[in-house]
Structures are given as structure tokens and as C-alpha cells.
Design a protein around this ligand. Structure first.
Ligand code: 3PG
Length: 306
């Protein structure tokens, strides 16, 4: 069987080597399509592939249509909003993610960006510290939990909102669960976003929530740009000259944001959250192992298009 790794943003070399070992030791062939710039390259490469590993690469209905032999696609990572699940299901293709495998890398970046903005982009004589501040975790999943743990190490007060997690479990981590989103935003000097991009969450963070944040607060987005209402973000940053926004996923209007709110906004040049060798190895090898197991036994653990 042919296993294609299609990564516009390639995995670290060690991860690719590990994937190759897993695939070839199981008697399959590995094909690599890295740093491609044209959709047609993906359409051509996937045409005779039986399995596909991607990162944020878009697996659209067109890709699914072109992939005549495809049986399984694994998003090496957590968020699978880049996979057209309806198209996959309609062709009987199993879609999976690799939850938790790159969470530490994303959580560390969230803390790193908080330090960067607290130190006023490393401008001498103007910085503040994280210690003693309150951080709100919006969605207490794999990444949110690690951010909470790291934040406690910095001496921060940690509160969290997640309607899908038992508040007792949140409390057991030494984190205060709050009952409403309003309460979360009202009390957070730093607000770390960890919601997936879904029909319900898209554009869900805007003026209403951000305007509730305390003076000098910062919204930290290592989740998805789509969850932000970007027009309202401009409005609220205009209305509240004390607020800040840092993100790992540049907004569509990032140039405007950078110009208008210099020093108060920051975006990484390219999504960096999972850009560590460790995260690539964890997620890439997990993806390869899931594929091998599925092809050998039909195992569907981590399937997301049930
Ligand atoms: C994820 O959902 O796993 C992260 O956003 C990482 O995405 P990436 O693989 O495109 O860096």
C-alpha cells in the first residue's frame, strides 16, 4: 500500500525518518510531498495513495475525489477542521487525528507569547511578570490542561471554562472552574484560547467577551484564527487601548492590526505552535502507527468521522 505524507509545512527530518521506518517495516511504501505550493501537486500525489498523513493541509472534497484508492487520512495533530469529513465519509474514507501528541509544544508557545507581550516585546524598562496574574483557560482539553500546569509553575492563578469537562476534574488540578464565559473573560489578565474551529465557535470571540477583560489584559490565541471575529477585534482594540492580542495564527487582517495597534498585537510569521522536533515526532509517528494498525486490523481508534 502507498502511504503519502503531504505536508506543506514539513515535519522535522527525524519525524520523517521515523514515519518511514514504521511504514516500510510494515511492508508499505512511503511517498513524500513536502513544501508544495500548488494544489495540483497534492491532487497528483494523492491519486494512487491508499493512506494519507497531513498537518494543516486542506483535504477538500476535490482532494478526496482525486484520491481514488484512499482508505484513511490522518491529521497529525489535534484540530481537524482542515479535513472535509463529509467528503471523506461519502467515500468511506476513515479520518483520524492524533490528539494530545503536539499539545506540549503548543502550550509552551502560549506561555512564551505571554512572556513576550508582558515584557513589552522585550523593550527595556517596561516589562511586567506573569506571577500573581490570573490566566483564564478557554477550553480545558489537552493543550489547556498543560497551559494551566505551566502557568501554576509561574505562580499564576488559573481559572478555566469548559462545559464539556467535569468541574471536579478541573478542581482536582488546582484550577478554579468558572460557570460562564463572561466570568472567565471578566477575571483573566491573560486569556488562553483552546477551542476548536467549529460551526458553533467560529467568530465567537469578539467585542462582547473581550470588552469584559480587565485593564491591560491580553488575549492569547494558539487555537484557530477562525474563532475570532476579526472586525470586532479591531473595534475592541480601538475602544480599549489597554488590551492586547497575541496569536500563533495571523488574522486575515493582521497587516491592519499590526499597523493600527503596534506594540499591542503580535502574530508569528507562520503557525509555530507545533513546530518542534518533539511535536513532529510524537504526532507524525502516532499518525503512521494509526495507519499501519488500521490497514492491518481495521482499528478505528481516533476516528473523527464516525
Ligand atoms: C493542531 O491542530 O494540531 C495544531 O494547530 C498544529 O497544526 P500544524 O500541524 O499545522 O502545525
Amino acid at each position: 500500500m502507498k502511504v503519502l505524507v503531504a505536508t506543506e509545512k514539513p515535519f522535522a527530518k527525524a519525524a520523517v525518518e521515523g514515519i518511514r521506518d514504521i511504514v516500510e517495516n510494515a511492508g508499505h511504501k512511503l511517498a513524500l510531498l513536502e513544501k508544495y505550493s500548488d494544489k495540483q501537486e497534492l491532487l497528483d500525489a494523492v491519486a494512487d495513495s491508499d493512506a494519507l498523513i497531513v498537518r494543516s493541509d486542506k483535504v477538500t472534497a476535490e482532494v478526496v475525489e482525486a484520491a481514488k484508492n484512499l482508505k484513511i487520512v490522518v491529521r497529525a495533530g489535534a484540530g481537524y477542521d482542515n479535513l472535509d469529513l463529509v467528503a471523506c465519509s461519502s467515500k468511506g474514507i476513515v479520518a483520524m487525528n492524533t490528539p494530545g501528541q503536539n499539545s506540549n509544544a503548543v502550550a509552551e508557545l502560549a506561555i512564551g507569547m505571554m512572556i513576550y507581550i508582558s515584557r513589552n516585546s522585550f523593550t527595556p524598562g517596561t516589562g511586567g511578570e506573569l506571577k500573581g496574574k490570573t490566566i483564564g483557560i478557554h477550553a480545558y482539553g489537552n493543550v489547556g490542561r498543560i497551559v494551566a500546569e505551566l502557568a501554576k509553575g509561574f505562580g499564576m492563578n488559573v481559572i478555566a471554562f469548559d462545559p464539556f469537562v467535569d468541574p471536579e476534574k478541573i478542581k482536582a488540578d488546582g484550577v478554579k472552574p468558572v460557570k460562564t464565559l463572561e466570568e472567565l473573560y471578566e477575571n483573566s489578565n491573560f486569556l488562553s484560547l483552546h477551542i476548536p474551529a467549529t460551526a458553533e465557535t467560529k467568530k465567537s470571540v469578539g467585542t462582547l467577551l473581550m470588552s469584559k477583560m480587565p485593564k491591560g489584559a491580553c488575549l492569547v490565541n494558539t487555537a484557530r484564527k477562525e474563532v475570532i471575529n476579526e472586525e470586532e477585534l479591531v473595534t475592541v482594540l480601538e475602544q480599549r487601548p489597554d488590551l492586547k492580542y497575541v496569536t500563533d495564527i495571523a488574522a486575515d487582517n493582521q497587516t491592519l492590526l499590526n499597523e493600527k495597534f503596534a506594540g499591542r498585537v503580535f502574530a508569528t510569521a507562520k503557525k509555530m505552535g507545533a513546530e518542534t522536533a518533539e511535536a513532529n515526532i510524537n504526532a507524525g509517528l502516532a499518525a503512521a502507527n494509526q495507519i499501519i494498525k488500521f490497514l492491518a486490523t481495521g482499528d478505528r481508534t481516533f476516528q473523527v468521522n464516525k
